[in-house]
Design a protein around this ligand. Structure first.
Ligand SMILES: [Ca+2]
Length: 524
């Protein structure tokens, strides 16, 4: 099924409903008045489990990583040094669809066989419906992970859904997929998912260029680079000669300055050669395989951008490239996300729109996935349909050095959303308990939601690997209290009921010496 024909058919049905240009800002302007600025299209590229270490333009990337197309996007836009899009796949997408953190999303629940889930659209509306009402044509391609109702016809004019909530029907991450086009029965599509999604996105872009009556929004949700990290056949030999990856300092326990669950945590063991391995695969082999699967992603970005350029839409399209979260390879003992550390969660974020977004700049203000949605509404000139938790980023897109007084709150409440997060004593993921963190400026405060557990406070400028827990050092008591208060304030500002049920922190602090803390910390 071609994206072109189905998109056209769906569009005609939508336009016939009369809602098409109701709120277009050009309507009603006199001839002698300047035309309102054309509203931008929005291409939101959303990859899966992609660390900044796999994107060449990030200084943390392995030197052998090649992502020329994503790097070019960064050279023409703003690259954010620190973005926390979400804690794991599902809440990150829930935030991307609502502009709210999990604790502010009602009725979304994981039910049945993992990762089955459900929600009530009346209690949990998704904002693309408001974009449709506001005159945008909306589309989604790829991974869906927020309830079995993917919202075609309500939230989306065009949809090509790989429904991860029903893996028994929809197949695997990379091959053997069935796709539901425009709400239809899932059909086998063959091929490799990254290349398929790129092809459908290119068709979408070309098709929308034929209709200049309305701008469009496309959420392009690649399944890469989630496990099992399958590369395209043409990339299967890439990076095999790449140099071994550095072994993170705290890949093996003990980690006495971290909360109890981290003391003995670790999935890596020394193999016969003394190198870290997980099962039969070495750390280096794992990181090479992961980055091989990024190659087709980068090519996909190049192809979709080329289609925008070829159809004359590139410079009126806000292009956003990010991932639902990052992924740790060895850091703190993980081969996972979920944990509150930058190595696990920090995602790339690159934004391009000439004239509105600075070119070739880096923004060091930490931001969150919750900030992107109000930014889309601001650039579209549409009112927010409900209170969102993030903030319009347009001032720092224009000038990345401008003031940005907003902290980033993140949380991991496993399967739970809305009022269900008010009972904070539920089990976590594996051995990782529930947590919240607040990042503002150079410091990050982490609170593990376990009674009488220590807090964590890291200086990400002096200690980007988060090995030196300042919360344990009396000299930083004032800074710790300040960040604890900021976190409580942010929970209150966003209406988090859990603020009343947070487990108490450990009252008296022993000061265990970290085997990894090198230099003494700077003053508070
Ligand atoms: Ca993910």
């Amino acid at each position: 099924m071609s994206a072109g024909t189905t998109t056209r058919r769906t569009f005609l049905r939508f336009a016939a409903g009369g809602a098409a240009a109701a709120l277009c800002p050009r309507i009603g302007l006199g001839r002698d008045r300047p035309a309102a600025p054309k509203r931008p299209n929005i291409l939101y590229i959303f990859t899966d489990d992609q660390s900044v270490r796999s994107v060449g333009c990030y200084p943390e990337a392995h030197r052998w990583v090649r992502t020329p197309n994503i790097d070019r996007l960064a050279s023409q836009g703003v690259r954010f040094a620190t973005c926390y899009t979400g804690a794991w796949c599902m809440p990150s997408r829930a935030t991307a669809l609502t502009g709210r953190l999990g604790h502010g999303i009602e009725s979304l629940r994981m039910v049945g066989r993992y990762p089955g889930s459900t929600y009530d659209p009346k209690q949990c509306p998704f904002w693309p419906a408001a974009f449709r009402k506001g005159g945008y044509f909306t589309g989604i391609i790829g991974k869906w992970h927020t309830g079995s109702d993917s919202g075609h016809g309500r939230d989306w004019d065009y949809s090509a859904i790989w429904d991860h909530t029903r893996p028994e029907i929809y197949g695997g991450y990379y091959r053997g997929q069935k796709i539901s086009f425009n709400g239809g029965r899932p059909k086998p599509v063959g091929g490799y998912s990254t290349d398929n999604y790129t092809r459908w996105a290119v068709a979408f872009v070309r098709d929308r260029a034929k209709d200049t009556s309305k701008p469009w929004y496309l959420w392009l949700c690649y399944d890469a680079v989630h496990g099992p990290y399958t590369s395209a056949e043409r990339h299967k030999d890439d990076y095999k000669a790449a140099s071994p990856v550095p072994v993170p300092k705290d890949i093996y326990p003990p980690r006495p300055t971290k909360p109890t669950y981290m003391h003995r945590y670790g999935v890596w063991r020394r193999n016969a050669a003394g190198r870290p391995a997980k099962g039969k695969r070495t750390l280096t082999g794992s990181v090479q395989q992961y980055n091989r699967a990024v190659r087709a992603l980068d090519e996909g970005v190049g192809k979709v951008i080329a289609a925008l350029k070829d159809t004359g839409q590139l410079d009126n399209t806000l292009v956003v490239f990010t991932s639902d979260q990052g992924f740790a390879w060895g850091q703190h003992g993980f081969a996972w996300k979920y944990a509150p550390y930058d190595a696990n969660l920090r995602a790339p974020l690159i934004v391009r729109l000439p004239g509105t977004v600075a070119a070739g700049k880096v923004c060091t203000h930490p931001v969150g996935g919750q900030d992107l949605v109000p930014t889309f509404f601001a650039l579209a000139g549409l009112p927010l349909p409900w209170t969102m938790h993030g903030h319009d980023m347009t001032p720092i897109l224009k000038d990345p050095a401008a003031d940005w007084p907003h902290p980033v709150l993140m949380e991991n409440t496993k399967y739970y959303y809305g009022k269900d997060t008010e009972r904070t004593t539920r089990p976590g993921w594996g051995s990782v308990p529930w947590w919240i963190f607040l990042r503002q400026g150079r410091y990050k405060y982490i609170r593990t939601l376990v009674a009488d557990e220590i807090e964590e406070l890291y200086d990400l400028e002096a200690d980007p690997e988060e090995l030196d827990n300042l919360a344990l050092k009396p000299v930083h008591a004032k800074l710790l209290a300040d960040y604890r208060r900021r976190t409580i304030d942010e929970l209150k500002r966003t209406g988090a009921g859990m603020v009343k049920t947070l487990p108490p922190v450990k009252a008296s602090l022993a000061v265990p010496r970290s085997p990894h803390a090198a230099a003494p910390p700077p003053g508070g």
